[in-house]
Design a binder for this molecule. Structure first.
Ligand SMILES: [Zn+2]
Ligand SMILES: [Zn+2]
Length: 180
């Protein structure tokens, strides 16, 4: 023991990865059960560990920001959702899939803010062949690009009519023709 012990020592990298991913799993379990306020606390803790152990530029830190952002979407806290997902996107740029997935999350935030123009722009940021199906539970792989889009708002993309129908309960609250 040295006399100059840190009051709040940062975990080292290996510890940080372990602690961060374990907390992330706990957060995900709460999220999956719909316990979003509890999930928020755990995801915040996970992000704090990652920030201290891995720094603000790490891929894993990006995963942390996105998880927190998704939780804020569920809590209807859209500004916080936007802020966190915006931080997440550049950190996962090495993966076309994760980038497209996080951009879809951000697009949904814009959609919920009734800004369909920004939502569409966000979805079209990457390659047209990396756009993902907007139905959250879609498991189709590989996706049949180019994807179909909603004929009314022309801002949201689906792999099939089945997925479009399945997302309609959510999307109809925001869908409107660009002319309006
Ligand atoms: Zn789909
Ligand atoms: Zn639409």
């Amino acid at each position: 023991m040295t006399a100059s012990a840190h009051i709040n020592p940062s975990p080292d990298r290996a510890q940080g990865v372990l602690m961060g991913s374990s907390l992330n799993q706990q957060g995900q379990a709460l999220y999956n059960r719909g316990q979003y306020s509890e999930a928020e606390k755990v995801f915040k803790e996970a992000l704090d560990v990652k920030l201290r152990a891995l720094g603000p530029q790490d891929y894993s830190t990006g995963i942390g920001y996105n998880a927190l952002g998704e939780t804020y979407i569920r809590l209807g806290r859209l500004d916080e959702a936007e802020e966190n997902i915006k931080k997440a996107i550049p950190l996962v740029s090495s993966s076309a899939h994760d980038s497209a997935y996080y951009r879809e999350n951000l697009a949904k935030v814009y959609e919920m803010k009734h800004d369909l123009v920004k939502a569409k722009e966000e979805r079209l940021q990457g390659s047209p062949n990396s756009i993902i199906c907007a139905e959250d539970n879609c498991t189709v792989f590989p996706l049949p690009h180019p994807l179909k889009y909603c004929s009314r708002c022309q801002s949201i993309y689906y792999c099939s009519e089945k997925c479009q129908r399945s997302d309609w309960k959510r999307h109809k609250k925001f869908c409107q023709s660009p002319a309006n």
